[in-house]
Design a protein around this ligand. Structure first.
Ligand code: PAF
Length: 289
């Protein structure tokens, strides 16, 4: 595995791979790799000649009161995991390499951000889009892999790739879960033992929502209520949001139809967790669309 920390060196290497006709699969991460990332890497490994993983905790996507400084970092461990997983190139730039000075141009995400995490994390997706524009230009991948745990991020990246004509195939990969259903996340290390016990209630609530829809429930209000009630009854977490919207447009729905995202975010004492399920229903009759 080659480890690169300079942008220029990375671009030369990637140009060389492309000249050799190799396909490039890219897994952008902020490090502290877990099995969710491993699933992205494995999928990229299956579908491409070269697998590139970036590890960069992007300061632009953290708000002033968020966890940028204490976001977990362990490069030695990440390097080991990446190597074991068969990654070819690990791109690990310093913040000064990615942002040598104030940006003169920055991305602003205009849609799909006034709901879910976009509402409670203003500017977050602008930071994500900005770093991804840079990373896509540096890595020049054929395919980019993103976990569905952050379904809104996948929707935003889908828009970014279309709007800016990146010749990149977006590959969404299903959420990887612990045995008790908790979605794998770098932030799970923040949970106290009691919170860790309570945290699977998020997925249980989403599964209860999926079961209700399966049984014919079509009211978004009823689904939101059911999810909230379950989380409130089984955790001490504060609910940030429970939302029901179309996917990938992320338009809030009153009546469920088409592809639907049911998403939650909660705050435990020292960790904010998100999770979601996607439900596929028949499309609405034309006049309701
Ligand atoms: O999902 C993440 O870890 C980050 O948002 C990403 C895509 C690596 C951009 O910094």
């Amino acid at each position: 595995m080659i480890i690169v920390d300079r942008i220029r060196e990375m671009q030369v290497l990637m140009h060389q791979c492309r000249r050799e006709g190799k396909t490039i699969g890219f897994v952008p991460t902020m490090g502290y790799l877990h099995e969710g990332h491993a699933a992205l890497i494995d999928r990229a490994r299956e579908e491409n000649d070269m697998v590139v993983v970036s590890i960069f905790v992007n300061p632009l996507q953290f708000g002033p009161n968020e966890d940028f400084a204490r976001y977990p970092r362990d490069f030695a461990r990440d390097r080991h995991i990446a190597e074991q997983r068969g990654v070819d190139v690990l791109f690990h730039p310093e913040a000064g390499e990615m942002y040598p000075g104030p940006l003169t141009v920055q991305a602003v995400v205009k849609a799909r951000t006034d709901v879910l995490c976009g509402r409670s994390r203003p500017g977050h997706f602008d930071g994500v889009a900005t770093v991804l524009i840079k990373l896509f230009h540096i890595v020049m991948p054929d395919r980019a892999y993103f976990g569905m745990k952050d379904a809104q991020q996948v929707a935003v990246v889908d828009g970014l790739i279309r709007d800016f004509n990146f010749p990149i195939e977006l590959v969404p990969v299903p959420t990887v879960r612990e045995d008790d259903g908790l979605a794998k996340s770098s932030r799970n290390v923040y949970l106290s033992p009691q919170e860790r016990k309570e945290a699977p209630a998020l997925y249980q609530a989403l599964q209860a929502a999926a079961a209700a829809v399966e049984d014919g429930e079509r009211s978004a209000d009823a689904i939101r209520h059911l999810v909230k009630e379950h989380i409130e009854a089984h955790t001490h977490a504060e609910i940030d949001y429970v939302e029901v919207c179309s996917y990938p447009d992320l338009t809030p729905l009153e009546t469920l139809h088409g592809t639907v995202l049911v998403a939650v975010a909660v705050r435990f004492a020292s960790a904010r967790l998100i999770d979601n399920v996607i439900l596929r229903l028949p499309k609405a009759p034309r006049q309701e669309e």
